[in-house]
Design a binder for this molecule. Sequence first.
Ligand SMILES: [Zn+2]
Length: 143
Amino acid sequence: MSEPAEPSSLQRLWWALGKLRCPACGEGKLYTGWFDMHETCPSCGARFFRWEGSWTGPTVMGYTSGALVAAAVGVGIHSARGLQDGDQWALIAAAIVGALVPFHRTKAAWVWTLHRTGWVFRDGDHGTIKGRSSGSAPPLKRA
Ligand SMILES: [Zn+2]
């Protein structure tokens, strides 16, 4: 009997971005609340972030999306009537909204990216989750 087909990278991307589920198994939820994520998948045990620097990617993505939205609002206000004193509060609000609205998706995209590059796997497995290859990391041979 043949093994089930390996989920495609696009399917894993859908699990993470579309359903906010673990990109390794597609079952465990990524988030415990609005801001908090599980450290490991509640279903398969894959660890989502392995080192403190793991947060750099989603942080940069959040700042970038906030800055882009604030810039777009600034250009819109400037085009409509010119920037005036007090408009900074609209730009600040736009930046906060621009960073928070895509928050879950940017972190999910980052977890998917880490999985794709072999950094999301169950502790001790070094790249193999439920017999599936995890991204590009080669599975360790078991003794
Ligand atoms: Zn999982």
